[in-house]
Design a binder for this molecule. Sequence first.
Ligand SMILES: *[C@@H]1O[C@H](CO)[C@@H](O)[C@H](O)[C@H]1NC(C)=O
Ligand SMILES: *[C@@H]1O[C@H](CO)[C@@H](O)[C@H](O)[C@H]1NC(C)=O
Ligand SMILES: *[C@@H]1O[C@H](CO)[C@@H](O)[C@H](O)[C@H]1NC(C)=O
Ligand SMILES: *[C@@H]1O[C@H](CO)[C@@H](O)[C@H](O)[C@H]1NC(C)=O
Length: 189
Amino acid sequence: MAPKSPLPNLFFFLLLIFSAFSAAIASGKLRSRRPCRRLVFYFHDILYNGENAANATAAIVGAPAWGNTTVLTGMNHFGDVVVFDDPITVDNDLHGTPVGRAQGFYIYDKKEIFTAWLGFSFVFNSTEHRGSLNFAGADPLMNKTRDVSVIGGTGDFFMARGIATLSTDSFEGEVYFRLRADIKLYECW
Ligand SMILES: *[C@@H]1O[C@H](CO)[C@@H](O)[C@H](O)[C@H]1NC(C)=O
Ligand SMILES: *[C@@H]1O[C@H](CO)[C@@H](O)[C@H](O)[C@H]1NC(C)=O
Ligand SMILES: *[C@@H]1O[C@H](CO)[C@@H](O)[C@H](O)[C@H]1NC(C)=O
Ligand SMILES: *[C@@H]1O[C@H](CO)[C@@H](O)[C@H](O)[C@H]1NC(C)=O
């Protein structure tokens, strides 16, 4: 018996690789990981503390039975719900001209460590940007950076999706903090 030619085997091997490759492309696994748009903003949160009603941009609206809505509760603020309407600026100056408002809420959701859940929109109102971007995700706020999802957008940001890397740019007691949002969109229309 003549030895079998290895050629048909080689052919099937290449066919297999090729079909796996095209399946990966079709399923989007090899899609580019480079953002199609990148934007950086800051937003400023001034929490009501019983005395600063005129300047506050955020308020505790819900607290566990052992707390109250004037002072963040113990146990890493577990159970506190804060609603905010924060100015957004292009640099880290609280008094800079706002380009819109960050509007939504955060919920402190763990007793053992400081961590929160964020759900909010950037509502833009400037000559540069009109429309909104919507964000949601876990915010383990002691971490230097944390990623939340950009789950959609409207107007200039129609159908946008991506990731926002948040970092705490400044923190003054429990009344003021400033977050930097480094927004990377991977879907742009
Ligand atoms: C509130 O804002 C006013 C005007 O910008 C400022 O003079 C005042 O110091 C602020 N008050 C607090 C408690 O931050
Ligand atoms: C809220 O709770 C804090 C302690 O967590 C307490 O010092 C403060 O007096 C309380 N404020 C009100 C209005 O109940
Ligand atoms: C948007 O900006 C314009 C001009 O500064 C202002 O008159 C208007 O009230 C703003 N709209 C909102 C929803 O903030
Ligand atoms: C946040 O930091 C903790 C402790 O440093 C780490 O274990 C965790 O993986 C971090 N979480 C994220 C989402 O980066």
